[in-house]
Design a protein around this ligand. Structure first.
Ligand code: NAD
Length: 294
């Protein structure tokens, strides 16, 4: 049976490390890290995500500001609001919750965020720095995966890493990070996507398989090499009458059968997911301490 890579436990550990650092900053009379989150509209999932981020800030002792804007706000007015937060010296980190309403350009809004405050790591400047392996804010999900590999001491050098999915927020940055000359990294990377031929064969040649395609239980045991490390990024709700909520969460990987073949695996829930908020808090601490842009 595979080692369970426990994202829930690891994220709690990271949060407690951050809380200790905040306590030190407070004790020495320093400035408490401050995250501002912009939420446009009333989308239920977005409200839940932003709510969880604000709550996590409280948990570690950060200051947080939630800026709620109407769904019919103009693009110009939103850009103006981002600029206002860029200019607010008290705010260290700024995130704009996605998705945005259709009439607003995500590219324009992202590009407006000051790279120094871009703790989501989505701006072109910070994505470029990531590609160059310069100090940067690595976006939350890829950062969380790197941290899990590191804290579970997974050997990556010289390994074949196969990434399934090429999205801007997961697959594409993961492929760059796993190939860089660093730890975790130094892998030979194959990135695969919806047009890839012989995906099962390629996946089966992976020592480290990172799965982020957004299809429930897509990866089965036949697609996985004996002893591989499997990182499952997918999250899907499926109806489950036995649960109070009426649903349970599953990943992009068929967990039970793949776990019996893998050497280590992230579960869903409790794997990559909980790491995301811990990563955002970590980036906010870096921003407050001027660690990336001194
Ligand atoms: P996306 O839809 O933006 O991208 C999916 C990618 O998978 C695309 O690049 C596409 O080419 C590829 N793909 C689709 N079908 C494929 C196929 N049959 N074979 C090979 N490649 C295929 O998705 P995303 O935003 O990267 O998210 C992927 C999954 O991860 C989703 O389930 C999402 O909910 C989840 N997710 C989880 C977290 C987290 O914190 N745990 C964060 C982000 C995304």
């Amino acid at each position: 049976m595979a080692i369970l890579i426990d994202g829930k436990k690891t994220s709690e550990q990271i949060k407690s490390e951050i809380a200790s650092r905040v306590a030190e900053i407070k004790a020495s009379g320093g400035k408490i890290p401050h995250l501002a989150a912009v939420l446009v509209g009333e989308d239920g999932a977005s409200q839940t995500y932003v709510g969880a981020k604000v709550k996590a800030c409280e948990q570690v002792g950060f200051q947080s500001t939630l800026v709620r804007l109407d769904a019919d706000i103009t693009e110009d007015a939103l850009l103006h609001e981002v600029q206002r937060i860029n200019d607010d010296a008290d705010i260290d980190g700024l995130i704009v919750q996605l998705p945005l309403p259709k009439h607003i350009s995500v590219e324009k809004v992202t590009a407006k965020i000051k790279p120094e405050k871009d703790v989501d790591g989505f701006t072109p400047a910070n994505v470029g720095r990531m590609a160059l392996n310069w100090p940067t804010y690595v976006s939350a999900t890829p950062y969380g995966i790197l941290e899990l590999l590191k804290r579970y001491e997974i050997e990556t050098s010289g390994k074949h890493c196969v990434v399934i999915g090429r999205s801007h927020i997961v697959g594409s940055p993961m492929s760059i990070l796993m190939a860089r000359n660093d730890y975790p990294g130094n892998c030979t990377v194959t990135i695969t996507h919806s047009r890839t031929k012989d995906l099962a064969e390629i996946a089966k040649s992976a020592d480290i398989l990172i799965v982020a395609l957004g299809r429930p239980e897509f990866v089965t045991a036949e697609m996985v090499k004996e002893g591989a490390v499997v990182i499952d990024v997918g999250i899907h709700r499926v109806a489950d009458e036995s649960k109070k909520s009426g649903f349970r969460l599953i990943g992009d990987v068929k967990f039970d059968e793949v776990a019996s073949k893998a050497s280590a695996i992230t579960p869903v829930p409790g794997g990559v997911g909980p790491m995301t908020i811990a990563s955002l808090l970590y980036n906010t601490l870096l921003a407050a301490e001027r660690k990336i842009y001194p």
